[in-house]
Design a binder for this molecule. Structure first.
Ligand SMILES: [Zn+2]
Length: 263
């Protein structure tokens, strides 16, 4: 009855004051087996062998509803990579998480699972979830986190604070668009979370992230410094290396591990 240690990974510990080393290196947290790690349902999403439809459940606190543009963009990006012949639906639900104070990764997991409408793997439907809670992450300056195989959180207050103060800097809406896709990119296993890319595009100083500023998986995308690091157009799509990784995983050319479902 040994306590099985899972590979605990936490994304998004990017600090306001550029302490970027902490992305998910120094705060290891447990994710119970059943919940998996980010990337644990990559094959379930990419393949239509078992899961022919998908529901993206977005639970938001009153006043924290995501922008319609974020919802639309996320759906488009998932449709581009996940084969779901019976469709990808978005289910928006206003929710009271009854949580005060800041959020840890454990809080996000606990409250998200309390409010999931279904188990992530229900019949032929795959359920992924984003929560938009009030409040901020316990480590300041984090815009979003991916905490297990089916769950992400977006911290809208921090997203709004990250809006560039100077003309031409990205707006809060643009940041939210990119951060939401970025966190779901982690659920897709990007970059190198559950596989090793044949191409060297993981940023050396920011594990799990892209070194290409034109990829939505670029490391700065979930940082509150985003408005000063990227002054022009924010990336909001997966780049060719990301897409090639995903198609290699689906075809079997790239070995993949820690999967909650395999064909
Ligand atoms: Zn990230």
């Amino acid at each position: 009855m040994g306590k099985k240690k899972t590979l605990p990974i936490l994304f998004g510990l990017l600090m306001i004051f550029s302490a970027f080393s902490g992305c998910f290196g120094d705060d290891f947290l447990q994710s119970p087996d059943k919940k998996g790690i980010p990337g644990g349902l990559t094959l379930a999403c990419l393949s239509s062998d078992e899961y022919t439809s998908m529901v993206v459940e977005i639970d938001y606190e009153s006043g924290y509803m995501p922008e319609q543009s974020s919802v639309d963009l996320l759906k488009t990006r998932l449709q581009e990579v996940c084969d779901k012949p019976n469709g990808i639906d978005v289910l928006l639900t206003e929710t009271n998480f009854e949580h005060s104070g800041s959020w840890t990764a454990d809080d996000v997991r606990e409250k998200s699972w309390e409010h999931k409408s279904n188990d992530p793997q229900t019949s032929s439907t795959l359920y992924w979830q984003a929560i938009f809670p009030s409040g901020t992450y316990s480590d300041g300056g984090v815009l979003g986190v991916a905490v297990d195989a089916s769950t992400v959180a977006i911290f809208k207050e921090t997203v709004e604070d990250a809006e560039g103060p100077i003309f031409n800097r990205p707006s809060a809406e643009e940041i939210e668009n990119s951060v939401l896709v970025h966190e779901f990119g982690h659920l897709l296993g990007l970059v190198n979370l559950v596989y090793k890319s044949p191409v060297d595009h993981e940023d050396k100083d920011h594990p799990g992230h892209s070194n290409n500023e034109d990829s939505v998986m670029y490391w700065a995308v979930e940082s509150a410094d985003i408005g000063t690091i990227i002054t022009g157009q924010l990336p909001d799509e997966f780049d060719n290396d990301d897409l090639n990784d995903l198609s290699g995983i689906l075809s079997g050319e790239i070995p993949v591990w820690d999967q909650l479902w395999v064909p």
